[in-house]
Design a protein around this ligand. Structure first.
Ligand SMILES: NC(=O)c1ccc[n+]([C@@H]2O[C@H](COP(=O)([O-])OP(=O)(O)OC[C@H]3O[C@@H](n4cnc5c(N)ncnc54)[C@H](O)[C@@H]3O)[C@@H](O)[C@H]2O)c1
Length: 393
């Protein structure tokens, strides 16, 4: 099939490469011209896609990147994978999504299949997305489908090809066409009875993680006051072979999904007058975690004024270079507000907020582990007191 994937980021690029490897002819559309240049030179800006595999699909003739939407008019399938963040008030910001849908609609050819992969609120496919396409497209015979991406950056076991895909279209024909497309490179495809079921299922998945992480963060505070190790408690509970799934504590939650997507569910819940209290409470707990860890640091050092503190791992989770919504941000700000002289080390991030990663060294008063990568060697910190936000000693 001829395929256009709009948005060549953490979601769109792995999808584009997987489709190209399956033999489809793929155009990766992105409005960031610098990124397009990088991609066409075979340089992958996304850690889950190697430059070697990108170069291979370019060489096969099955992939090219473009900052123009013109190819949309000649493709069979268009997948929309653009960011759906929150605005400054914490409400869904669909401006990038709407502008991408408008550009897709303005260029749509006859009988196109449009698949939305971005995370959106329930009702958005049938409502906003459909109405944008209907108002700007010259063709009314398009099919519109929702199929959320489930990618987990840095997960070495689950990827685009072996993670089951969920799909639901506004019509059964659209659903069938999407199932045929994804089945050509994804091992398992589940069909929902409506787009609203699948839109809500995606938000359930990420809200489930948010709520459970926040619960374990509260448990971490409890365990600290009890003088027991929360990590040991979780690992003991996880020996139960059914009905329990381990989640681990930290300085909060980060990334483009877990702190963001549940607010898309909350927004819809408010609109229809349904209670969604767990998500608000989870956000409240997570936002309070930096203050808990600053209190722990004060418990270890006394006043933080002038104390040299090294934060290790500023990415939003271990083994990724992504700093979007990282909980390290709030923690570092609060440590500094309390007078500490804070440096940070992250060999995958290197530059962040106009600052640079510093080498690991032993001349600190305290080391705070936020999201240390699995390859980091902490042995050089020998003798420095450690505060591990992820639990464990
Ligand atoms: N990152 C994840 O782990 C993950 C997992 C599952 C779902 N999602 C969802 O997938 C969507 C995309 O997330 P992402 O992490 O890939 O974002 P990203 O920021 O990594 O990539 C998005 C890309 O889209 C481009 N873009 C933005 N607006 C555009 C437009 N109007 N036209 C063309 N290109 C445009 C940007 O330049 C960028 O390269 C979001 O809705 C997100 O919630 C993300």
């Amino acid at each position: 099939m001829r395929v256009a994937i709009v948005g060549q980021g953490y979601v769109g690029l792995p999808l584009a490469v997987a489709a190209a490897e399956a033999g489809h002819t793929v155009v990766g559309i992105d409005n960031d011209g610098a990124r397009v240049g990088l991609l066409n030179h075979g340089t992958s800006p996304v850690s889950d896609v190697s430059s070697a595999s990108l170069t291979a699909v370019i060489a096969s003739g099955n992939y090219q990147a473009s900052d123009s939407f013109s190819s949309v008019s000649t493709v069979d399938v268009i997948c929309v994978c653009v960011p759906t963040p929150l605005d400054s008030s914490g409400a869904p910001d669909l401006s990038l999504f709407s502008s991408a849908m408008e550009a897709v609609g303005a260029n749509l050819g006859a009988s196109a299949l449009v698949i939305i992969e971005s995370t959106i609120s329930p009702g958005t496919t049938r409502g906003l997305a459909s109405s944008i396409l209907n108002s700007v497209s010259r063709h009314s015979d398009f099919e519109l489908v929702y199929s959320p991406e489930r990618i987990d950056p840095a997960n070495t076991k689950w990827n685009v090809k072996n993670t089951p895909k969920m799909v639901a279209g506004l019509t059964s024909e659209g659903t069938d066409r999407a199932v045929r497309f994804y089945s050509s490179f994804v091992s398992s495809v589940t069909v929902g009875s409506s787009v609203e079921v699948i839109e809500t299922a995606k938000l359930l998945e990420n809200s489930f993680r948010l709520v459970n992480i926040s619960f374990v963060n509260e448990l971490a505070v409890f365990c600290s006051k009890m003088g027991i190790d929360v990590r040991e408690v979780i690992d003991a509970a996880a020996t139960k072979p059914y009905g329990f799934m381990p989640f681990y504590p930290g300085a909060g939650v980060g990334g483009h999904c877990i702190p963001v997507d549940p607010s898309y569910l909350v927004a819809k819940a408010r609109e229809i007058g349904a209670p969604m209290r767990f998500i608000d409470l989870a956000n409240e707990v997570n936002v309070s975690m930096p203050s808990f860890f600053v209190g722990k640091a004060e418990g270890m050092l006394g006043s933080l004024s002038g104390k040299k503190i090294l934060v290790v791992g500023v990415a939003y989770k271990p083994d990724v270079s992504d700093v979007r919504e990282t909980p390290a941000s709030g923690l570092i700000a609060l440590l500094r507000k309390n007078g500490a002289v804070v440096s940070w080390h992250d060999h995958l991030v290197l530059e962040w907020n106009g600052e640079s990663s510093v080498p690991l060294a032993s001349d600190y008063d305290l080391v705070v582990l936020v999201n240390p990568h699995s390859s980091v060697d902490l042995s050089v910190l020998d003798g420095v007191p450690v505060l591990n936000t992820r639990g464990g000693v």
